[in-house]
Structure formats: structure tokens, C-alpha cells
Design a protein around this ligand. Structure first.
Ligand SMILES: CC(C)(COP(=O)(O)OP(=O)(O)OC[C@H]1O[C@@H](n2cnc3c(N)ncnc32)[C@H](O)[C@@H]1OP(=O)(O)O)[C@@H](O)C(=O)NCCC(=O)NCCS
Length: 178
């Protein structure tokens, strides 16, 4: 298992660079989404594909979401300037609707805010996510946790909405939802 920093952010509570069996175990617990993702990316082995993409690109990484010592989900993070994109968030089916996804995103937001006081770390303005038109439930989740649509690409069923959650200048404002 890897260190707990990525892009200069302290990602405590996550495991950076998870090993292949653990990744496969989490993905095995999210069968429906894995099938769709695999089709979408035109690849046959989701874990292999994610690991090799990560190894090929220093700007992205996969982290495991861990709660009570158990891997319950995974996230793929991509840093582009001052925007941190959550390119993927998946929670195992047995752990859904219990706040795991929301807490994971909140922890990323908190890590991004905390990194502002570290000179060498990136100054992150916003978290971003792209949601397929057909993934209505995911959209409901992102909107529920404060993401708003800022742009979109494509049309009809191929439409992908880009949603963002701004990180307030002041953590007190963030907590108050200002
Ligand atoms: C989307 C996903 C990550 C949500 O994770 P989760 O841990 O189940 O979500 P949480 O329990 O943290 O939910 C947070 C809030 O969002 C709401 N929410 C979560 N999933 C929802 C759904 N399918 N439909 C409507 N609202 C939903 C919850 O009700 C909760 O709101 P509440 O506090 O008012 O009850 C999870 O369902 C998943 O892995 N889906 C498959 C992969 C996927 O589509 N990822 C997103 C790609 S863009």
C-alpha cells in the first residue's frame, strides 16, 4: 500500500496506490457500475485498466476509501491546475446510502483546504466531476452534496454534465455552506 499523500494533499483515511487484489475486491462489490465502466472505457479488465492508466500518468491516482478498516470504495483523482477532478467514485453496493460517498468527498475537500497552508501544495479552488446523462442517481448524489452544473458536453444520452463544488476561501464559510 502506498503513502497517504497525493498531489501534496494529506489523504488520511484513504489508501493511495492500492494493490491489485484489494482494488479488484472493491470493484467486485460494485458489479453493475463495473460492467458499465468497463464498456465505457472499452477495456476488459477494470482493475488492470485503472492500474495501468495510473502508472502511465503522474497527474492521476486511484485511492481506496477505507472505513472501520475495511475498503468500501475507491476514487480516481486528477489534478488540473486549481481544479481537483474526482474522475471516479464508486462505493461497494453493500455500503451504499450510509454516507460513505459523502464523507469521502468531504474528506477530500478538507484535505484540499488544509493544503492551502502548505506552500509546496497546490491551491485548489474547486472539486469537479463529470456525470453521464443516464446516471441520474449519481447526479442526485452529487447535487445533494453541493455540486452544481457549470457546463456540459455532448447531447442527448451522450451528454455529460460537468459539476463543481467550490471550496470557500475560508473554512468557516465552507462549513456554513456559504
Ligand atoms: C453515487 C455513489 C458514489 C453514492 O455513494 P453513497 O455512499 O451511496 O452515497 P451517500 O450515502 O454518501 O449519500 C449522500 C447523499 O446522497 C443521496 N444519494 C446517494 N445515492 C443516491 C441515489 N442513488 N439517488 C438519490 N440520492 C442519492 C443520499 O440519499 C444522501 O442524501 P441524504 O443525506 O439526504 O440521505 C454510489 O451510489 C455509487 O458508487 N454508485 C455507482 C458508481 C457511480 O455512479 N459513481 C458516480 C459516477 S459520476
Amino acid at each position: 500500500m502506498g503513502e497517504t499523500t497525493q498531489f501534496g494533499l494529506a489523504l488520511d483515511g484513504f489508501v493511495v496506490a492500492p494493490d491489485r487484489p484489494t482494488l479488484a475486491e472493491v470493484l467486485g462489490g460494485a458489479d453493475a457500475y463495473r460492467a458499465r465502466f468497463t464498456y465505457h472505457r472499452d477495456c476488459f479488465d477494470w482493475a488492470d485498466s485503472l492500474i495501468s492508466e495510473r502508472e502511465a500518468d503522474d497527474a492521476r491516482d486511484v485511492v481506496l476509501v477505507v472505513e472501520a478498516g475495511r475498503p468500501v470504495g475507491m476514487m480516481e483523482l486528477v489534478l488540473d491546475g486549481s481544479v481537483l477532478t474526482i474522475a471516479l467514485l464508486v462505493v461497494v453496493e453493500s455500503a451504499r446510502l450510509r454516507g460513505v460517498g459523502m464523507r469521502a468527498v468531504d474528506r477530500i475537500a478538507a484535505a484540499a483546504l488544509a493544503a492551502r497552508s502548505i506552500t509546496a501544495a497546490p491551491f485548489i479552488d474547486a472539486l469537479a466531476i463529470g456525470v453521464e446523462m443516464q446516471n441520474r442517481s449519481a447526479r442526485a448524489f452529487w447535487e445533494r452534496i453541493g455540486f452544481v452544473e457549470v457546463s456540459a458536453v455532448g447531447s442527448g444520452v451522450a451528454r455529460i454534465a460537468n459539476l463543481e463544488r467550490w471550496l470557500a476561501a475560508n473554512p468557516d464559510e465552507q462549513q456554513a455552506g456559504l
